[in-house]
Design a protein. Sequence first.
Length: 402
Amino acid sequence: MALINDSPDIKSVTKAKLATQAIFLICGLGVSSWAVMVPFAKSRLHLNDAELGGLLLLLGAGSVTMMPLTGILMGRIGSRWLIFIAALVIALCLPLLLIMDTPLTLGIALFFFGAGIGTIDVAMNAHGVQVQKLYGKPIMSSLHGLFSVGGLLGAFGLGFLIRLGAQPFYAAVIIALSLLFIAIIGYRFLLSPEIEFATVKRFSSVISGKIGRKANAWLNPAALFLGVLCFTAFLAEGAMLDWSALFLKEYRKVDASLAGSGYAAFSVAMATTRLFGDRLVAWLKSDRIVIFGSFIAAIGMFIAVSLPWLPGTLFGFFLIGLGAANIVPVFFSEAGNLKGVSSAMAISVIATFGYGGQLAGPASLGFIAQRFSLPVALGVVGVLLIFVTITYGIRKMRVAVK
């Protein structure tokens, strides 16, 4: 393994890599635990789909508010402290989401929960990039794979505790304490701010002075095109997070304790595919990953909402995870190689679009579900995934002709 000169020793970097994987696990565990809680929150407060969608918008608002602020704060105190503080906020908010007894208080709790998720998401990815530089080989796919593993554990874990007889609130407390334990252990081995700043400076100095002369990524058609497609890919993930459990409970009559099985099926497929993502891209090439992946995810969505029995629905959710798993990594990689645009700015553009799709998109599905039905709302996501297949394929054919 090639480590850069004057860098931490191999053992320290390896420990930092494992600690960063643990943080990605925390984020996935926290997010998926909320997915299981959605039906409980809706029934407790007697919310319709539109009202629930409005509350989910507050979760997105919390995340979007903290994402740019996190970038500023990281430049001053590093990502390690922000990761720990965000993990603490997530752990504190999880049980509160099950005891808030008015839409207002639940909305406030969701805003802070979303703020924690947005903070840890940006900070852990930034930290992972620096660890990867020191590690000397790609690790980002495996990091995101651990996020999906956390999604699986959260979806199954909370439901399992409830089936064992634990009250939902106490089950959430157990999950929250687990998050805190992992965060405390992992914090010790994350890169210190000094090492993190030194790594950023060492690698960024190579391109110092050039970024300012690059074109504005927000005006670059290729970056905006990728951003729109990224919005759709993240929207599909967000739909599974926020609406899959409710869909199973209300349209497939699944017990509330097992309602997270849909998100679990999605997470199993996504985690497995992401863990082998680098090999798949090398074998199939990135273009095919996006075109075939988005098509498979769309078919999965149509199967999930069309087949009336549970195994078919779960199979559909599995296909969504299988197809969508490596689409976003390809988009990020392509954005980082756009000509005439700073790679950092291009990535920030598609990240903003993407998280907008994951956080605000599912809220809009709530309004569609209220006007028509939840199956119709999820079907719209399938149509958008077909849009990704067609438009990305056309763009690649045009590039090939040129």
